[in-house]
Design a protein around this ligand. Structure first.
Ligand SMILES: [Zn+2]
Length: 174
């Protein structure tokens, strides 16, 4: 089964679970619960700034924060990164014990703390190839369908429908 990413690099999904025959995103109700939670989270995450930029510049200098390009970690404990800061995360994950928190929501906090304390990858630290923060996942090249339709779909649902899907949309602007 091939894997795809939607909106941001990082999280990968089984293509057959989330995409219809025409290659577009299935309605959420037809997507199994675990990928559904991540897909719904992605709709809230695609427009967010990079965490590391945010920790550097804060709300006052929000315009200097780059938009996130990649997501690592678990839903509600994600780490969002721009391309420039991805090596810092990869360095922390591989060399500073981050691996121990793979699959754990505490990953986000632990990375933030390390970065806020001045942690960074050594100059020229490579390793842009993907690491797995989800156990069991496989790296694959990825097409990138848009999340716009999903946002429309979520916006058009009634509260009951959203509740029935059992996903946390608390920070989605609907
Ligand atoms: Zn950044």
């Amino acid at each position: 089964m091939s894997k795809v990413s939607i909106g941001l690099r990082g999280w990968r999904f089984d293509e057959e679970e989330i995409l219809g025959d025409d290659g577009s995103l299935k309605p959420l109700a037809q997507i199994p619960p675990e990928p559904r939670e991540r897909i719904a989270r992605l709709a809230t995450l695609v427009d967010k700034p990079c965490d590391a930029c945010w920790l550097t510049y804060g709300e006052e200098e929000r315009q200097r924060c780059k938009q996130a390009k990649v997501v690592y970690g678990e839903p509600l404990g994600e780490v969002l990164l721009c391309n420039e800061h991805e090596p810092d995360f990869l360095y922390w994950f591989r060399e500073e014990g981050g691996t121990d928190l793979a699959g754990d929501r505490l990953l986000q906090n632990a990375f933030h703390q390390w970065f806020a304390d001045g942690g960074e990858a050594p100059e020229g630290y490579g390793g842009m190839e993907h690491v797995d923060t989800d156990p069991d996942d496989v790296v694959q090249p990825e097409p990138d369908p848009q999340l716009d339709d999903l946002e429309t779909e979520l916006a058009e649902m009634s509260d009951e429908e959203r509740e029935a899907l059992d996903i946390d949309l608390s920070d989605l602007d609907l």
